[in-house]
Write a protein that binds this ligand. Structure first.
Ligand code: MSK
Length: 658
């Protein structure tokens, strides 16, 4: 394989599929990325403004060329406006998803849907109690209607504060948000105001723009995304730790393969259910298939992994590669992260690409409109189409690699696992941090991007954090990357974790990397931080905690919104490739330094994943020092004995991956 091809991924299955694609003349995102090179330097640096029709205006790098656009906006204003427009788009995507989950809960409680029922009444009761919704003498459906309506109001609310935001974080964090006018009024209100502020001739103060971006993003993390997770858990059931498999090898040569892709659990849950239908299984057998496999790509896959243990085919950059195997009978897509290029491959493969959302249609794809009132009927129809397409397969070539993983962690069950059966609390985690067994906690999240070798930065960063006794929590495609490499198995602690973290993982029986779910489930991480704070001993605000976060292969506006709400909640966040601000030095300095004074968190744009892990560790150590915690039991600053760890990993890794 050519060097250029080899550098596209560190995942052997992906490389094999890239080779397959190339030999079949199939163009992938990597090829299109090369065709787009060189990219526009003004755009990359955030120095191109298209807000009004007098431009586009392009600003020269600091001190060179034109320093202002036609209206007089400078580099900082232009880059800040664009950045918070991206925050608004990301927040809108998560929030619209949350809105749809709230509607699905409402319609289920009203008896208007087909196939759904409220799977976790306990979760529903706990949200109702938290929001002050009466539960006495009410049926479960009456409570669900009240909760769903209250959740829907969170989106359109014009005054006041979001319920989760005002109720869950520590007082010191909320006080600071009040002080800087960062309490989100309503999810949609802030998104609308962001678009207004960034219209031509409105807000031209980069600090004011960025702080408002924080307010908008907080409405995502503590609003739209948190509603998606919490109400999703109530409707579809609380995840529990579950073993499953990941990578292209989960596709079956002798079974019907249905690949779900996108983000929403509503249809995919039903498709999993329908795939177990006796009549459909009999139909599959009659067509020569031994069964029906439902797996997926991106976060829809993670939703059914978390609750149903369904296998994961791959992460974002695997979507075209899965098609290249020739084994996907239906690629079923809903919203977000779906490449329109999938439709271009339909002449090459037998795969049926089916869109299901009126918000996300693709020219050239078949469209079956999803409708909750006929969810099971529609799911069965889709499964039937996949079965009927099975005999149309041409050449099938599935890379054999699969790895086992454990997923399904939540704030609620992690309590249980960290505390054991009789003592369910975050106390053991806090004690381990206070005693210096665990250094701190890092959240590593986000996507894949063709600008970086697929999965490489995730793996390098996470391994570096683990060997330095940092417990890692993950979501989304980042978690899938690490799952493919065996890091989401309890056995991985022995191979990759430092002494203290290894002790804790072995005692409790958890992997050193905890999979908390899909992109919207980053809200679980916010809740975990609140629990750590509540448990005591780690400061008074979220910003005091010895934690850090990163998105090392970030790609989309949702990732920017997540990074913003994490920073605005007091976290240190390394984001790479860097946001498009580097051509605006004053703005960049504010994002990486000055903003900390306002929100307690800040950004870092370190590209190298090991260096970035060190910046995260530095931040954790700074917080440990401020809290006057004991010295670490095992790890020294940057335990980078990579050679020893790598040697061990190859040996034991083979056993793990076998
Ligand atoms: S799917 S947003 S590529 S994590 Fe949530 Fe993956 Fe990023 Fe899409």
């Amino acid at each position: 394989m050519e060097k250029q091809q080899r550098e596209r991924s560190v995942d052997a299955a992906s490389l094999a599929a890239i080779e397959l694609a190339k030999s079949g003349g199939m163009e992938t995102a990597w090829d299109r990325h090369e065709q787009q090179s060189p990219r526009c330097g003004f755009g990359e640096q955030g120095l191109c403004c298209k807000v009004c029709d007098m431009g586009p205006c392009r600003i020269g790098p600091a001190g060179k060329g034109k320093q202002r656009g036609i209206c007089g906006a400078n580099a900082d204003t232009i880059a800040a406006r664009q950045l918070i427009r991206q925050v608004a788009a990301g927040a809108a995507a998560h929030s619209d998803h949350g809105h749809d989950i709230a509607k699905a809960l409402l319609h289920t409680a009203e008896g208007k849907t087909e196939g759904y029922s409220i799977k976790s009444p306990e979760k529903l009761y706990s949200i109702a109690r938290e929001w002050g919704i009466p539960t006495d003498k009410k049926t479960i459906n009456e409570i669900a209607v009240a909760v769903a309506r209250a959740a829907l109001d969170q989106f359109s609310q014009q005054e006041g504060e979001l319920k989760f935001m005002a109720g869950r974080p520590p007082k010191a964090t909320i006080d600071n948000w009040h002080k800087h006018d960062l309490m989100t009024r309503g999810v949609e209100h802030e998104i609308v105001e962001t678009l207004h502020r960034t219209h031509e001739g409105v807000d031209a103060d980069y600090k004011n723009l960025i702080l408002f971006g924080c307010k908008t993003a907080l409405g995502d993390g503590w609003g739209g995304a948190m509603i998606a997770t919490e109400l999703g858990d109530a409707l579809f059931g609380m995840p529990e730790p579950v073993r499953s498999k990941v990578n292209l090898g989960v596709l079956k040569e002798d079974e019907v393969n249905i690949e779900v892709h996108g983000h929403e659990p509503t249809l995919s849950e039903m498709v999993v259910f329908a795939s177990r239908d006796k009549e459909l299984l009999a139909l599959a057998h009659s067509k020569g298939a031994k069964g029906i496999m439902v797996g997926g790509i991106c976060c829809t896959a993670i939703e059914i992994l978390m609750r149903q243990g369904a296998p994961v085919v791959g992460n974002f950059l695997n979507q075209e590669l899965a098609m290249a195997t020739g084994a996907v009978d239906v690629m079923l897509v809903d919203v977000q992260c779906i490449m329109p290029a999938l439709a271009d491959h339909k002449t090459r493969f037998h795969t049926k690409l089916i869109t299901t959302s009126k918000k996300a249609r693709i020219e050239g794809a078949e469209h079956i409109q999803f409708d909750e009132t006929k969810a099971l009927t529609i799911a069965k129809e889709i499964v039937k189409r996949a079965i009927e397409n099975f005999p149309n397969r041409r050449t099938v070539n599935i890379p054999p690699q699969t790895t086992e993983l454990v997923a399904g962690f939540t704030v609620e069950n992690t309590f249980h696992h960290l505390g054991g059966t009789f003592r369910s609390s975050f106390r053991p985690l806090n004690d381990a941090i206070i005693a210096g067994r665990i250094r701190g906690v890092a959240a590593v999240i986000g996507c894949n991007t063709v600008k970086k070798t697929q999965d490489q930065s995730h793996l390098a960063m996470v391994k570096e954090l683990l060997r330095n006794d940092v417990l890692v929590v993950m979501t989304g495609c980042a978690a899938t990357a690490c799952a493919k490499a065996g890091l989401l198995l309890p056995e991985a602690a022995k191979i990759f974790a430092g002494g203290g973290l290894q002790e804790i993982c072995e005692t409790v029986g958890i992997p050193p990397v905890l999979h908390l779910g899909s992109c919207v489930d980053n809200s679980r991480i916010l809740n975990a931080l609140c629990e750590m704070n509540k448990e005591g001993g780690l400061g008074s605000s979220l910003a005091d905690l010895p934690v850090a976060a990163a998105a090392p292969e970030a790609m989309c506006e949702k990732a920017i919104a997540i990074a913003f709400y994490a920073v605005a909640s007091g976290c240190f966040v390394n984001y790479a490739p860097a946001m498009r601000v580097l051509g605006a030095p004053t703005l960049t300095k504010f994002l990486t330094e000055g903003i900390e004074e306002y929100v307690g968190g800040k950004f870092c744009f370190e590209e190298d994943p090991i260096e970035a892990a060190h910046r995260m560790i530095d931040h954790i150590d700074k917080k440990r020092a401020a809290l006057k915690l004991r010295p670490l039991m095992y790890a020294q600053p940057y335990c980078t004995d990579a050679t020893a760890v790598a040697a061990k990993a190859v040996k034991v890794g083979e056993e793990v991956l076998a």
